[in-house]
Design a protein around this ligand. Structure first.
Ligand SMILES: Cc1ncc(C[n+]2csc(CCOP(=O)(O)OP(=O)(O)O)c2C)c(N)n1
Length: 379
């Protein structure tokens, strides 16, 4: 049929469709432990019984601390807190795959991962109590400062990883971010740079299905987050983030690739956050109780791993009771340490920004000291 547009005549509808294919890459979700705790012996990672029990303890401890932090915030003893509950396997399994000399770059939600890599939990509590001393890991603990701005830690980690590669160091860099983080330019810039320069970095996305109230389907039209790696020329992998063994196995492989100089990997760990985004959020406004229940009752990472340990004769009710009691005491100690941390000097606010204080701040510092002296609060 001929169509007339102005003076030109065009022939329409000659069948040329078919060049453009729908985007449907297949990314299976790697799982070792099924939801009911059953598994295939051959797929188990190379971990001793003690290491398996250690993974379990870290997850249980993370959940106990999480509850303590939430309670403290509700009691006015902590400023704000972003809970980990539901994401313990994603965090513990991945951080456990690191060696001490490797680096971990967290967002604000990685309390459990940071602790597994050596960050004393009382410092993380202190951080959320508003004390900046909690922002720095002790010397020798390779945990970078928490990033509150979404995804800025990705280029930080990629840059640090690239620097290590240039220096010939055999270290891996593991950086965490959420599904929402993958919509930020920083994620894409970091991933692109990592691919081009083969940075020894593992980009670890905890896809917990929400960025505050924004659900995953409003975040990206990609079927998976793992497939975003394809565009940057390195492997992407999707793993059941509530299966601690699968998370460990996949991260371990990615970390080893990085150390061998084979470049970056993007890991998408599919998981779910049980609690609010932070203590300032009300999740009942954007998700149903049934959805939360489904994850808590059918896919809980701790219950699933406990069933696995029990089925191998590694865990009993008596051991569980002993563990709960021991970890509750340790959690109380964490809270005590955080709350009894020495008070900061009021002059700290002047002391760490400039090598040499400008005259006006010098005056303010003097005025503060004088006022404290007059009130009898001089130190
Ligand atoms: C650059 C920037 N934009 C917006 C915010 C506000 N903000 C804080 S958390 C958040 C959602 C992040 O969601 P996601 O990356 O999925 O991580 P999750 O909190 O689920 O772990 C937003 C938009 C921010 N902190 N930084």
């Amino acid at each position: 049929m001929a169509q007339t547009r102005g003076k030109r005549t065009r022939t329409a509808s000659r069948r040329v469709e078919g060049w453009i294919k729908p985007v449907e890459p297949e990314f299976e979700t790697i799982q070792i432990l099924r939801d009911d705790g059953s598994y295939d012996e051959a797929s188990l990672p190379d971990l001793t019984d003690d290491q398996m029990k250690e993974l379990y303890e870290w997850m249980v401890f993370a959940r106990i601390l999480d509850q303590r932090a939430l309670n403290m915030q509700r009691q006015g003893r902590m400023g704000t807190y972003p809970p980990v509950g539901g994401q313990e396997a994603a965090q513990v399994g991945s951080a456990y795959a690191l060696e001490k000399e490797d680096w971990l770059f967290p967002s604000y939600r990685e309390s459990a991962a940071m602790m597994v890599h050596g960050m004393p939990p009382e410092l993380t509590f202190l951080y959320w109590m508003g004390r900046e001393e909690g922002a720095a890991a002790p010397e020798g603990v390779n945990v970078f400062t928490i990033s509150i701005p979404i995804a800025t830690q990705v280029p930080h980690a990629v840059g640090a990883a690239w620097a290590a590669r240039l220096r010939g160091e055999k270290k891996a860099f593991l950086v965490y971010f959420g599904d929402g983080g993958t919509s930020e330019g920083d994620f894409h810039e970091g991933a692109n740079f990592a691919g081009v320069f083969k940075a020894p970095v593992v980009l670890f996305c905890q896809n917990n299905h929400y960025a505050i109230s924004v659900p995953l389907e409003r975040q990206t039209a990609s079927r998976t987050i793992a497939q975003k790696a394809v565009a940057y020329g390195f492997p992407g992998v999707r793993v059941d983030g509530n299966d601690v063994l699968a998370v460990y196995a996949v991260t371990r492989e990615a970390v080893e690739r990085a150390r061998r100089g084979e470049g970056p990997t993007l890991i998408e760990a599919v998981t779910y956050r049980y609690g609010p985004h932070t203590t300032a959020d009300d999740p009942t406004r954007y998700r149903t109780a049934d959805e939360v229940k489904e994850w808590q009752e059918r896919r809980d990472p701790i219950m699933r791993f406990r069933r696995f340990l029990e089925s191998r004769g590694l865990w009993s009710e008596a051991q569980e009771e002993e563990l709960q009691e021991r970890l509750r005491e340790r959690a109380a100690e964490v809270v005590r340490k955080a709350e009894n941390y020495p008070k900061p000097e009021p002059t700290n606010m002047f002391d760490y920004m400039y090598a040499e204080l400008p005259w006006n701040l010098k005056e303010q510092r003097e005025a503060l000291l004088q006022e404290l002296a007059e009130r009898g609060e001089a130190r």
